[in-house]
Design a protein around this ligand. Sequence first.
Ligand code: PEP
Ligand code: MN
Length: 373
Amino acid sequence: MLAILHPNTALDSEAYRQTMEYLENLPGVSIRVHEIQGASQRLTEIYLLGDTKSLEKAEIEALPAVERAIRISEDYRILGRHKDDQRQSGFTYNGVEFSQNNLNIFAGLCAVDVPEHVEMMLQALEDNGEVCTRMGAYKPRTNPYSFQGHGKGCLPWVFEKAGKHGIKVIAMEITHESHIEEIDTCLEKLGRPTGVMLQVGTRNTQNFELLKAIGRQSTYPVLLKRGFGITLNESLNAAEYLASEGNANVIFCLRGMKTEAGLPHRNMVDFAHVPAVKRLTRMPVCVDPSHSVGSRDQSPDGILDVMHATAQGVIAGANMVLVDFHPNPQQALVDGPQAMLLDELPWFLEDMQIARQAWEKRVALAQDNLKSP
Ligand code: PEP
Ligand code: MN
């Protein structure tokens, strides 16, 4: 059972005290308080765990601080979408809104290499009015002898440049909890010129200790990639680990599944799951066409496979796109073969607009049909 308190309920109010006293004394029930700070109000949600079957919704809703109660299912308690659950999805971070209703594009470098390339990438984004990007500093590589990323050494100049070009959010993978502090210390020292969304890669989807460490902080939102060899349910539970530790600002990213059956693509594109994740959870859903498709192959209609795959995700209602670009893919230290070129950025963005508008038209059509008798 979930008890949602009236917005902005003061923790020192009599209503709160009485409500907590009642809940804390329910036999066999433990409680977990979850605070959500929105742009205009603070919401307190109280999860009642354990023996809650005998509780009545009306009993909980009668408590003075409670606005309404929702009976929640066992799975994805915090991030899930439960029956009669009207709660908003998403969050705002550094002025950028993330929800199940909008779309943000994160085009950028798979891996940070040299300042010139970062500069060129950021300039292209600024020229096209984009305020988000991806930049890898810590790269999890299959081969221990491959380039592992510049690590914390590149953070100061990457963050400074990003701020200069008006970037608000950088999706940056971390592979160890110590990286959170490295990023935080660096941003703080620079006066926070930009923001970071912590990315958990597909190789770490079930690294539960890493998830718990990331979940314990709420300064940075999280982009969690689906594990490439596990079920969707297992990956969604991994997302719930973050929320259960306190950070529910999580975006779920589909990036393809590892199977020979996906060939000629690097991974089997799984973007048909976009609406499934939106139905099962309240998380905004991201698609990563670069790591799914893995090449610059082009179909006879002139459209790159990467763009086709992205459009498939966006027309199905995706809320974020994470996509590799590079000014000179031959010189890229990681994943050059799948990178799009900087002069293809306007084309890519326009193509995404078309797909997004098609999704909006499809939603309107569905509404019309649902309304008609
Ligand atoms: C990446 O986005 O750079 C990456 C390594 O992706 P994945 O974890 O999906 O392989
Ligand atoms: Mn990559």
